[in-house]
Design a binder for this molecule. Structure first.
Ligand code: ADP
Ligand code: MG
Length: 282
């Protein structure tokens, strides 16, 4: 393919399938690189990864170019990703705090990134009359917005790097903190939680994340509202993306992610006060 920009090393290496992601088919490791199909958000993601490299942010793979098969080439980030079944440390509070610090470091590094002209953020989603609005707070940065345990690489027991920037889009810091809480507190009905996270004190874990991130008082008071609005919007957006993109997105929808999002919203109605109290207590 003539658009290849990545120069392969002289010695070729075998392709090893990387499993454990939610959506993307055909993620492979080749030597010290990862090859992924180019997704709809790739123009933004590639520019963002270049920015992170320029500012010296160590917690993300480097974008190396496009290979002869038309796949994006990223550096392989060494370390430990949760995988399934989840490892026992998934509920560990020190790990949780390290996630909050990594998200904060990423947000600070991303806050100087300016979207290149002509790049449309997250073009996989079309605004439609039935799409509930995003939270009414101004975008502060291009957020990662997908802090699942499988998208965080740990080293020495600490969250060290983020991978999988496909969901990146303009958001506020409270959106980022909220997304991390969805997966790590977690925010959702316990029936949908991993057994290791089913009986945890979610409000307490929200507080640990908030403190590690260094959330402002204003953002703490907005968290529950943002979580509810993001839940409502994500039910429609996931449905729309499943219909338009198919593949792994459609599979996730068929597996019931929509019902899980509805249960999260109901759970937030029941637990919102406890979360807000934990976040704002002195
Ligand atoms: N740059 C990378 N460095 C190390 N591991 C990676 C990298 N990219 C992907 N992986 C591994 O492959 C898995 C799936 O990749 P990911 O990009 O998250 O795909 P998906 O979109 O399906 O979630 C990840 O959970 C991780 O284990
Ligand atoms: Mg992933």
């Amino acid at each position: 393919m003539s658009s290849a920009t990545y120069v392969e090393p002289a010695e070729s290496e075998p392709e090893i399938a990387l499993v454990g992601g939610d959506v993307t088919e055909g993620v492979v490791r080749v030597g010290d690189t990862v090859r992924r199909p180019v997704g709809f958000n790739a123009p933004l993601v590639h520019a963002l990864l270049r920015h992170l490299e320029e500012v010296g942010f160590a917690g993300a793979p480097r974008f190396l170019g496009i290979d002869a098969a038309g796949r994006e080439v990223l550096t392989f980030v060494a370390g430990e990703v949760a995988g399934r079944p989840r490892p026992g440390w998934i509920a560990d509070e020190a790990r949780l705090a390290s996630v909050g610090r990594l998200v904060r470091a990423y947000d600070d590094a991303a806050s100087g990134f300016v979207l290149p002209e002509g790049v449309r953020p997250f073009p996989g989603l079309t605004e439609q009359p039935d799409l509930p609005p995003a939270p009414p707070y101004p975008a502060e940065l291009i957020g990662h917005m997908d802090f699942t345990p499988d998208n965080i690489v740990f080293r020495d027991g600490q969250a060290a790097a983020l991978i999988d920037f496909d969901m990146a889009k303009p958001v506020s810091r409270v959106d980022e903190a909220c997304n991390a809480m969805v997966y790590w507190a977690p925010l959702g009905d316990p029936v949908d939680a991993d057994p290791l996270l089913r009986d945890v004190d979610a409000p307490r874990r929200c507080r640990i994340l908030a403190d590690a991130y260094g959330m402002s008082d204003t953002d703490r008071s907005r968290l529950v509202e943002v979580a509810v609005l993001r839940s409502r919007r994500s039910w429609f957006s996931m449905k729309q993306i499943a219909e338009t993109q198919g593949g792994g997105w459609a599979r996730m929808w068929q597996q019931g992610v929509g019902d899980q999002i509805k249960r999260r919203e109901a759970w937030l109605e029941r637990n919102g006060t406890a979360i807000e109290t934990a976040l704002t207590a002195p």
